[in-house]
Write a protein that binds this ligand. Structure first.
Ligand code: E4P
Length: 217
C-alpha cells in the first residue's frame, strides 16, 4: 500500500518525505487555502515546489465544475510537472472530463467519493485513482472502512485498474484498517502517519535497553 500525505504544507511534506516512506501527495482547495496560497501563478508555483520535494504523484484539484473548463484547467495543471495528477470532483461533467483525460494520457484522481456506485463510475471513466473519504463517512454515522472493502471487492471482481486511494484519514488505526480492507493507497495528514510509530511497550523497552547499555560503558 502506498503512502501519500494529504497536505499542502511544504514543511510537513519534507518531514514525511525524509522518513523515506512517502509515495506521493494529495491536496485540495481547502488545504491550499490553509497555507495561504493566493492567485493562479502562486498556486501553480506551489504545486511545482511540492513536485520537486516528492518523487511521486501529486494530486492538484481543479476549481472548475463544467466539462470544458475542467479540461482546460486540468491541461494547465498537468503541464506543471510529469507527476501532477489532475483531481476531479465526482460530478457529471467530472466523469466526462475524467474520460477525456484518460483518452489523452493524463493521470487523474476522482475525488469526493462516498459510495460504491460513484467508485464504479470513476473506474469506468478510467480514473487513475478513486478517493473515498472515509473520515467524513464515519462522521456521518456510516462505516468508511467498510466502503473501502466493498470497492476493493468490486474492483477485484470486475478487473478495474483504478487504484483505491483511501482519503479523509483521521487516525493511525484508519491506516491499518485501510491496509486490511484492500486500499492501494492511503492519503493522510502527517500526525496519523507518525502515530503508526507509537507503542508504549516500545518506549518502555527502549528505555530499559538504553539503561542496560549504560552499564556496559
Ligand atoms: C482527499 O484527497 C482530501 O484531500 C482529504 O483526504 C479530505 O480530508 P478531510 O475530510 O480530513 O478534509
Amino acid at each position: 500500500m502506498k503512502f501519500f500525505i494529504d497536505t499542502a504544507n511544504l514543511d510537513q511534506i519534507k518531514e514525511a518525505n525524509d522518513l523515506g516512506i512517502l509515495d506521493g501527495v494529495t491536496t485540495n482547495p481547502s488545504l491550499m487555502a490553509k497555507v495561504g496560497v493566493k492567485g493562479q501563478q502562486a498556486i501553480m508555483d506551489h504545486y511545482a515546489k511540492i513536485a520537486e520535494i516528492v518523487d511521486g504523484d501529486v494530486s492538484a484539484e481543479v476549481f472548475s465544475t463544467t466539462f470544458n473548463e475542467i479540461v482546460e484547467e486540468g491541461k494547465k495543471l498537468a503541464a506543471i510537472h510529469p507527476n501532477i495528477v489532475v483531481k476531479v470532483p465526482m460530478i457529471k461533467d467530472g466523469i466526462k472530463a475524467l474520460k477525456w483525460f484518460t483518452d489523452n494520457g493524463i493521470k487523474t484522481n476522482c475525488t469526493l467519493v462516498f459510495s460504491a456506485g460513484q467508485a464504479i463510475l470513476a473506474a469506468k471513466a478510467g480514473a487513475t485513482y478513486v478517493s473515498p473519504f472515509i473520515g467524513r463517512i464515519d462522521d456521518s454515522n456510516w462505516d468508511g472502512v467498510q466502503l473501502i472493502e466493498q470497492i476493493a471487492q468490486i474492483y477485484s471482481l470486475q478487473g478495474y485498474k483504478t487504484e483505491i486511494l483511501a482519503a479523509s484519514i483521521r487516525s493511525p488505526l484508519h491506516i491499518v484498517q485501510c491496509a486490511q480492507a484492500g486500499a492501494d493507497v492511503i492519503t493522510s495528514p502527517l500526525d496519523p502517519i507518525l502515530g503508526l510509530l507509537k507503542h508504549p511497550l516500545t518506549d518502555i523497552g527502549l528505555a530499559k535497553f538504553l539503561e542496560d547499555a549504560k552499564t556496559m560503558g
